[in-house]
Design a binder for this molecule. Structure first.
Ligand code: MLT
Ligand code: ZN
Length: 467
C-alpha cells in the first residue's frame, strides 16, 4: 500500500490532527533524550483509545509498515524512537488514571499516564506505586511496563514487574489481550502479563496497566555518607542494614559526578571537603524506634570508613540531598553526549569492576571521562563515558565494557533495556538456547515483524554465545 493511502487510513482512525507529519512537530518524537538515537518516521500517530490503537496496528500491518510504540520518550537505549520509515505510535493520549481499588490495592492507569500522575493518585489514598526515579514527570506507566523499569526503590519494592498486577495490550494482529481481574493468584495458562513486561514494544503495544500498590512506610530521614571507595560504601550499607530494617533506596555517586551537578545546577556542596565516593540512603520507620536518627548517627560515627555524614529529616533537606544524585543524568548530558551503559555486577565484584573499567576504557578511548553512579544495593552502575562517542562509532568502547561485565558475571543491561543500543551484545550473557527461545516467541507473536523490528534481538547472523 502506498504511504499516502496508509496516512489517509490512519487519519480516518484517529482524526487529522493526530497524524503528525510536519518535521518540526515530529522532531521531539524522532530523537531520544540522549541525542544518540534518532530516525525519520513516516508519521506520528496519537490514538486516544485501545480500539484506535488496535485499528492503527491493523492498518500498519496491512500496509507492511512497522511501528514503534512511544511513551514519554525517556528511554536511553533507542527502543522507543523510530527508525526511518516507521510509524511512531504515541501513547500520550491514553493518559487516564484510575479507578483505584483501596481494598485490592490496585490502580488502573492508561499507558500514557506519567509515573508522577500515578504516584499522586496512589498517595491521595495513603498508598504508593513503589517505583520512583528522576524522570517521574515524563516517563509513562506504559513505558515503565514495556521496559521493566527499575529506579530507586527496587531494593525494597522490586522492579516494575513486581509492581504490576495486570495489563492490557494490542498484539501485532490487532487483537487485544486484557488481564486485569486484579486477583493476585491466577495460574491460568502462560503469564502473558509478565511476558509483555520488559518486551520493549517488540511483542505487543501496552495500552493500560494495573499497578499493584504498596503501603508506604514513613521516611524518617535521608543520609549522605562520604567514603573512600565502593567497598567502603557496601560496608556502611551492610552495617546499617544489619541494625535497621527500614532502609529504602541506596544510591552512590563519585566526586566527579557530584562536581558536574554542583557546577551545572549551581547547588551548594554537601561537605566542606571533597570525598571520593558518596552513599545516599533513606531510612523508614519500620523499626518503630523513637530515637532512630540518633542511633543511626551513633552507628555511622563508629564506622572507621565513614569520612563525613549529613543526616537530614525535613522534606526540603531530603530533596536537596537527592538532587545531588538525581541530577547526575542532566549534568552529564549538559557536558556532551556520553556513551551510556547500564550494567549490574554481583556486589562482591563491584570494586574490581570499577578498577578494571578504568584500565579497559583507557585502552579503547584514551580521552574518555567515566562518570559512574547508580543503585548500589543492586550493584547497578550507570556507566557514562564522556568524550568517547567517536571511539564508540563501531561499538568498540561498549564492547570492551560489556565484555568486562560479562567476564565478572554481571548483567549488560540492568534496568534500561536492550533496544538498539545493546542488541549486538545480547549473546554475551544469553546462551544460544535462550536466543532461540526469544526468537521463537517473537516469531510466534509478530510473524511479520511489525512491532519495533530490530530492537532487542540481534540480527540472526550474529556470532553465537560462548556456551
Ligand atoms: C538514573 O538512575 O538516574 C537513571 O537510570 C538515568 C541514567 O542512568 O542516566
Ligand atoms: Zn537508574
Amino acid at each position: 500500500m502506498p504511504a499516502v493511502d496508509l496516512l489517509a487510513g490512519l487519519r480516518e482512525i484517529v482524526g487529522d490532527t493526530h497524524v503528525v507529519t510536519d518535521p518540526d512537530s515530529v522532531a521531539p518524537y524522532a530523537q531520544d533524550w540522549t541525542r544518540r538515537w534518532h530516525g525519520k518516521p513516516l508519521a506520528v500517530v496519537r490514538p486516544a483509545t485501545v480500539a484506535q490503537v488496535s485499528a492503527v496496528v491493523r492498518a500498519c500491518a496491512a500496509a507492511g509498515v512497522p511501528l514503534v510504540p512511544q511513551g514519554g520518550n525517556t528511554g536511553l537505549v533507542g527502543a522507543g524512537v523510530p527508525q526511518d520509515g516507521e510509524v511512531v505510535l504515541s501513547m500520550a493520549r491514553l493518559d487516564s488514571v484510575g479507578p483505584l481499588d483501596p481494598l485490592g490495592r490496585t490502580l488502573m492507569a492508561g499507558a500514557g499516564a506519567t509515573l508522577a500522575q500515578a504516584q499522586r493518585a496512589a498517595r491521595s489514598a495513603g498508598l504508593d506505586v513503589g517505583l520512583d526515579f528522576s524522570a517521574r514527570d515524563t516517563a509513562t506507566v506504559g513505558g515503565i511496563a514495556a521496559t521493566n523499569a527499575g529506579g530507586e526503590r527496587v531494593m525494597r519494592h522490586g522492579v516494575a514487574r513486581f509492581r504490576i498486577r495486570g495489563l492490557e495490550a494490542v498484539l501485532a494482529d490487532g487483537s487485544v489481550v486484557r488481564r486485569m481481574s486484579g486477583v493476585s493468584k491466577d495460574n491460568t495458562g502462560y503469564d502473558l502479563v509478565q511476558l509483555l513486561i520488559g518486551s520493549e514494544g517488540t511483542l505487543g503495544v501496552i495500552t493500560a496497566v494495573q499497578l499493584d500498590l504498596i503501603r508506604p512506610h514513613k521516611i524518617v530521614g535521608t543520609a549522605l555518607v562520604a567514603v573512600r571507595s565502593v567497598d567502603d560504601a557496601l560496608t556502611v550499607l551492610h552495617a546499617v542494614q544489619h541494625d535497621f530494617t527500614g532502609i529504602e533506596a541506596a544510591e552512590f555517586f563519585h566526586h566527579d559526578g557530584l562536581q558536574l551537578v554542583l557546577e551545572h545546577e549551581r547547588l551548594a556542596r554537601p561537605f566542606d571537603r571533597p570525598h571520593p565516593l558518596y552513599l545516599l540512603f533513606d531510612l523508614a520507620d519500620d523499626d518503630g524506634r523513637p530515637d532512630a536518627f540518633e542511633e543511626l548517627t551513633e552507628l555511622l560515627a563508629g564506622l572507621d570508613c565513614v569520612r563525613d555524614v549529613c543526616l537530614v529529616a525535613t522534606a526540603a533537606d531530603r530533596r536537596r540531598l537527592w538532587e545531588l544524585r538525581e541530577l547526575q543524568t542532566e549534568a552529564v548530558s549538559a557536558e556532551g553526549i556520553p556513551v551510556k551503559l547500564d550494567v549490574a555486577l554481583p556486589l562482591n565484584q563491584l570494586s574490581l569492576f570499577e578498577r578494571r573499567l578504568a584500565e579497559v576504557v583507557r585502552e579503547v578511548a584514551r580521552h574518555a571521562v567515566p562518570i559512574l553512579f547508580g543503585h548500589i544495593a543492586e550493584g547497578n552502575v550507570h556507566v557514562n563515558l564522556l568524550n568517547a562517542v567517536e571511539e564508540d562509532a563501531d561499538g568498540a568502547v561498549t564492547e570492551a565494557v560489556l565484555d568486562l561485565v560479562a567476564s565478572l558475571g554481571g548483567s549488560i543491561s540492568a534496568e534500561h533495556g536492550i533496544g538498539l543500543a545493546n542488541r549486538r551484545w545480547l549473546p554475551l550473557t544469553r546462551s544460544s538456547a535462550d536466543m532461540s527461545a526469544m526468537r521463537a516467541i517473537k516469531q510466534a507473536l509478530d510473524p511479520e515483524g511489525i512491532l519495533s523490528p530490530g530492537r532487542m534481538l540481534p540480527e540472526p547472523s550474529r556470532p553465537a554465545h560462548k556456551d
